[in-house]
Design a protein around this ligand. Sequence first.
Ligand code: HEC
Length: 136
Amino acid sequence: MTIYSADSRSGPGLAAPVRWVAAAALALLAPLAAASEAVPAGALAPADVPAFLDKARCIACHGATDRRVGPPWVAIASRYRNADGEQVGALAAKIRLGGAGNWGLVPMAANPQVSDAQARAVVQWLQALDVGKLPQ
Ligand code: HEC
């Protein structure tokens, strides 16, 4: 048991970057807290996804075609167009939990107000996105 508690303490080499990422994620999340109440609960039909992305404040960081804090929807859509079920689940989890490393060092904040079913609906909407029909 003493071995376990010693292991659970992070050494100085690990603690600093971990703390930095946590602080960055929290800083990004803070302005979203107020908006989260507006996120509709319940099932999400494909036609309702664009309005949902607006209400959930995703569009603060994601443009249709322009890179903001995060990658544009078209880039995510073309990267994951043929994603299998496992990758869809991983992406849905990332929408809810946040994370970094697939597009750069900037982390995406967590979106705990989004349900797993809603996150999966967003990923499926992205996969079906007709990239050519988006406004430029
Ligand atoms: C505070 C800014 C911010 C907000 C708000 C945000 N994102 Fe992101 N998002 C990012 C960043 C930055 C990345 C790139 C992360 C990486 O490099 O892995 C990202 C990546 C993604 C990805 C691709 C993940 C991957 O691993 O390829 C999806 C899908 C996504 N966001 C969906 C959403 C949805 C849906 C919402 C709203 C519920 C949302 N994002 C809100 C910043 C944000």
